[in-house]
Every structure is written in C-alpha cells, then in structure tokens.
Design a protein around this ligand. Structure first.
Ligand SMILES: [Zn+2]
Length: 357
C-alpha cells in the first residue's frame, strides 16, 4: 500500500486557500475525520499535522478514508480545457496515422510546463499522455479486428510499427481474455452435455459452428460455471443426450486415433490464440512441441511465453491438444485441467505410438 505523505508547504497553502488550480494534482485526507477532499473543498481547514496527501482517490480509499460528500473527490473532476486541448492533439495525430505528439508539443498546446502537464494529465485521465496514446491505438486495433480487417492490416492501420511486437503483447494490450472476445457472439446458443468419460466428468459444448468447449472437472455445477464464465453472453441449454459426436471424437483421440475430419471446432479467441490453437492441432499424437518451437513455427521466435498462455486459455481440451505443448526444458509446463491429466494423456499417447510401430 502507498504510504501517505505529509503536505508540503505549497500543498498546505493550496488547501488553506481552497485553490482550484491544485485540483487534480493531489487529494488530502484528514486523520481525525477519516475523510478525504480536493484541495479546493471549502470544508473547514484541518490542522496541518492531521493532513495526509494522496495522488488519487483509489489510494485514499485503500488507506481507509471516505470521500467527502461536498467535493466528491472520488468522482472525475471537470475536464480542464487545457488538458482537453492536449488530449485532442493526440487523438488528431493518431487519426491521421501519424506518431503521437511529443510531450513538448503537448505542453505547448496546453500552455503548461511539460512536467506539470504530465502530472495533470495523469491525474485527470488516469494515464500518462504516452499511455493514453497507446490505449487509443489499442482501441483502434480492436475496432479494426472486430470490423474483420486482416490482423497485419489492422496492426498497421492502428499505427503500430512491427506486428511481432503486437503479437507478443496483444492479449495484454487488448485486455482481451477469451471471454471478452467471445462476448461478440451475443445471442449465441450453446448446447451442453455432461457425461462421465475416462477423463473424469466431461462437459461438451456445441455452438452452431461446431465444438465450442470440452472441459473436465469434478462436479456438474463447477463445469457449468466455468462454461458460463467463458460465454457470459450466451444462452446455455443443457441436454445430456447431445454431443455424441464430440464424446466419440474424444474417445477416439484417447485411443490414439486422429480427430475425425467431420468434426468442426468453433475456435473463439484473439487472432494470436487462434493461430496457436491451430498449430497445436497439427502436432501428431505421441509427439510434443515446446512453447518456443511453436512460437518459432508461427514466425514469432520471441513469443514463447505468449504461446504458453494461449495454451492455458484453450477451452477445447484434448481435441485441441494443448497437452502436447511443453516447456523448452522438457518439463510439463501447465495444464488447465491439472498436471496429472496431462501426464496421463502423454503417457497414453506414447504407449499407443509404441504399439503401432
Ligand atoms: Zn471536501
């Protein structure tokens, strides 16, 4: 937790003078009343030794202070027109496909010193000017991806330089968990069957496009919760008689046979995740690949960690064989459904492989 600071002379003067120019620079809390305020608040001026300074409302709330009802320091302050000019300049440059303006340029349009602008901007919008520009580019990227642009095209269209840099960070930048991305499929109906298989209690989910999920667990309730979390906007219909083709495919793969060609998978994720999951499907039974090898295959040699996390986000177990992806040192890495299951799957595939030779 952030340690609250005592006020500087300038801060104390601003609090005593109810100085609106100091709003956005800091908030102050009073240890005796446990309330925090903006510098301009006309509440009674507290004794200096009882004042604690915070950068923002989150920090003050985290330290156990309550927002003042009069100045509402937890609400966003009125937009400062000087800061708005700086923000508009960033928007305009990015819209024109140009690099984001420098801090000096922003300071000039805002008529503020660079350091002061940096601070005020962060206090008003919650991010630095640079962070704001990056967030805008990411928003544009998302928009273009949703509009169906090709990934590379979308990356350049959003003003990013190198696609490889975006792939590595896309999932974090886009803030897209698979669940977020799937929300695009609102109005989707997913049919669900839960049966016991040699993998344990197994949930098979099917959308009109194909297999949407294959999950393993110990209770029907947690399996259904997990599915709902992955498809928050979908209507989930349970019918344990459905999904026969999926269960048959699962048993076939567990016997060492390939996934039947007729079975369609409905892969939903970020473009990067879909590339990883497709690469996994090309690994034959009985073989494994390291996250690094998969990254290299995709032409993204630096993305081993991102490959690992895409494997962890796979929700079509066994049929998208993320269990065949290992750490580069040969250790198992992770497995969404437990390392014991991963170990058993790999051991089973080795055995059938040996029997076939
Ligand atoms: Zn107040």
């Amino acid at each position: 937790m952030e340690t609250a600071l005592k006020p500087t002379d300038a801060q104390y003067a601003a609090i005593r003078g109810n100085d609106p120019a100091a709003d956005g620079n800091f908030l102050y809390a009073v240890t005796t009343t446990r309330i925090f305020c903006r510098p301009s608040c006309i509440s009674r001026v507290p004794r200096r030794e009882n004042i604690r300074i915070f950068a923002g409302a989150d920090a003050a709330l985290a330290a156990g202070f309550r927002p003042c009802k009069r100045c509402q320091p937890d609400k966003a302050p009125e937009a400062d027109p000087r800061l708005e000019r700086a923000r508009a300049l960033i928007d305009r440059r990015l819209a024109d496909g140009e690099p984001a303006p420098s801090l000096a340029e922003l300071a000039a349009v805002a008529h503020m010193g660079a350091t002061h602008l940096q601070k005020r901007f962060a206090a008003a919008y919650g991010v630095s000017p640079r962070g704001y520009a990056e967030a805008r580019r990411v928003a544009t990227l998302k928009q273009e991806l949703r509009n169906g642009s090709g990934v590379t095209e979308a990356i350049y269209g959003a003003g990013f330089g190198a696609p490889s840099r975006v792939y590595e960070k896309a999932d974090r930048w886009l803030g897209m968990t698979p669940a977020d991305y799937r929300r695009g499929g609102e109005g989707l109906t997913v049919t669900v069957a839960i049966r016991r298989t040699s993998m344990g209690l197994t949930l098979a989910a099917e959308s009109p496009r194909g297999v949407a999920a294959l999950l393993f667990g110990t209770s029907a309730a947690t399996l259904l919760d997990e599915l709902q979390a992955e498809f928050p906007a979908a209507r989930i219909e349970r019918n344990d008689a459905s999904g026969s083709e999926i269960f048959a495919a699962l048993e076939a793969v567990l016997r060492g046979e390939p996934v039947p060609r007729s079975l369609r998978l409905d892969l939903r994720g970020t473009p990067f995740q879909i590339r990883v999951w497709t690469a996994l499907q090309a690994i034959p039974a009985g073989q494994t690949r390291s996250y690094r090898e998969i990254a290299a295959e995709l032409g993204l040699p630096g993305a081993a960690r991102a490959v690992g996390s895409a494997c962890g986000n796979n929700i079509i177990g066994v049929l998208v064989p993320c269990h065949r992806a290992l750490r580069s040192d040969g250790s198992l890495g992770g497995y969404r459904w437990g390392l014991k299951r991963k170990e058993r799957l790999l051991a089973g595939e080795k055995k059938t492989e040996a029997a076939a030779e």
